[in-house]
Structure formats: structure tokens, C-alpha cells
Write a protein that binds this ligand. Structure first.
Ligand SMILES: [Mg+2]
Length: 124
């Protein structure tokens, strides 16, 4: 994937993304359309577009990584999902870092390493 100057995952914070989306939405007066329901539906549609990228295609990771056109499409759709997710986070005034930390702690309790160390997803 292309990198634009120093803007990559190791140099940009969540607050940068949140503010960029907030400015983008505000300058276009799109806040009136950004209800939780609309944004959740938009996220769902973008997830479907992401899924469509692999519909009826070979989904082996080694083949996907060799296909620059497919990778570019996947990257665009992932960004669309992220953009709408950030819009939802903004209007709900959610601190994503806190959400992540809290949910990961719940996941560690729900999926203890002692029980989930062999690749299975569900308890027997
Ligand atoms: Mg899209």
C-alpha cells in the first residue's frame, strides 16, 4: 500500500482521524443526516461492499496479497467502514481507546488462554 509522507499507522492518532471526519462532515452540513441509525446502516452497507470484493473469488491470503487491484479495492472499502465508524463514534461522543481497552478486558475474561489455546472459538 502507498504511504503519504509520515501519515501512516505508526504516526497518526485516533483523535486525528476523529477530527478530520468531524471537519469533513461539518463543512458539508451533513450532521443532519448523521443519526445513529443512518450511520449504522451506512457502516453495514460499506461492510457489504468490503465483502463483495471477495465474492466468488479465491480468498487465500497469499493470492490476495499478490493482487494489487483487489488490495486497492479492499483498502478503499476498509477506509469507508472506518470513516462511517468514526462518524458514529463522534456523534455518540465515544472514546475509542477506552472502548477498546474495556472490551479487550472482557474478551480476555470470555476467552481465557487456558481454554482457547488450540484455535477453537467456542467452549465445549
Ligand atoms: Mg464503499
Amino acid at each position: 500500500m502507498n504511504k503519504i509522507s509520515n501519515f501512516d499507522d505508526s504516526h497518526v492518532s485516533i483523535s486525528y482521524f476523529k477530527e478530520e471526519i468531524r471537519k469533513f462532515v461539518t463543512k458539508r452540513n451533513w450532521e443532519i443526516h448523521h443519526t445513529p441509525k443512518n450511520l449504522i446502516q451506512a457502516i453495514s452497507i460499506e461492510v457489504s461492499e468490503l465483502s463483495q470484493c471477495l465474492l466468488f473469488k479465491d480468498d487465500k491470503i497469499e493470492n490476495i496479497l499478490k493482487d494489487n487491484f483487489l488490495l486497492s479495492n479492499l483498502s478503499d472499502e476498509i477506509a469507508d467502514v472506518f470513516i462511517y465508524l468514526l462518524s458514529l463514534i463522534n456523534i455518540l461522543n465515544i472514546d475509542l481507546t477506552s472502548s477498546f481497552i474495556n472490551k479487550m478486558e472482557k474478551n480476555r475474561v470470555k476467552y481465557p488462554i487456558k481454554e482457547f489455546n488450540d484455535g477453537k472459538y467456542y467452549k465445549k
